[in-house]
Design a protein around this ligand. Sequence first.
Ligand code: NAD
Length: 263
Amino acid sequence: MDLGLTAKVALVTAASQGLGRASADALAREGMQVAICARDEAVTRRVAEELHAATGARVEGFVCDLTDSAAISIMVDAVLARFGTVHVLVNNAGGPPPGQFADVSDADWQRAFELTLMSQVRMTRAVLPAMRAQRWGRVINLSSYSVKQPIPDIVLSNSLRLGGIGWAKSIASSLAADNVLINTIATGWTLTDRVAQMATSRAAAGERDSSAVLAEIAAGIPLKRLARPEEIADVVAFLASERASYITGTVIPVDGGIIQSPT
Ligand code: NAD
């Protein structure tokens, strides 16, 4: 299938590892020019070089803390100056910390709001004028299956990610007028560095092996395994493509069947 992405420009946030990096890799393999951002300059530069070496695509790294509104404006201006435009925005960020309702403070709620919801809002606002002007754009929000089915002990994610769904649906009609499509991926358990670290710390707390923790998670998934990051990134590439030209305002689970809701 020709995805029609060759030479178009993608901007992938929080792309130094995990789902962001895998998404940048998939888009670069489709021949896109890719801008990535993350917080650490040396890491960002190294990852951009590695992605270029692996794919042959133009990949450039930019520094940005996604909780910082001014930093987002500066980074997007720099990307637009270097690449001329942005066709595809992949809104990814680190997840808010775990915790039950009684564990999280107002400051935790505020920081999670900035990281999880406002980063998507600000990034999208910053790239929209270029997308509208060229009457072509894709905004792909990487979220969690928690938007369909709350996950125990992560009240911040369960709450604030739903705000992202309401926001994306609210603006989808207005964006569609300029052929800018916005969709959200409800990601299931995926074996990234974050999940590997989580398994290690859960194992330490419970005095068992991290592979036993991962096996326990896998047992609760109908496909009986965690996703590989590339399996999420493939859906990102499809949603970015010309082939996804009639999909907007929706939530697409890539979850191995873990969501129990029929809709
Ligand atoms: P990860 O921890 O491996 O990667 C997150 C990336 O975000 C890192 O590169 C990190 O440096 C970056 N980041 C964190 N805070 C940032 C900030 N303020 N500014 C800029 N960059 C920042 O995580 P992942 O597993 O790739 O997950 C990515 C997102 O998907 C997270 O929001 C996570 O909660 C969500 N998610 C992951 C899974 C999973 O199973 N891996 C499932 C559902 C949802």
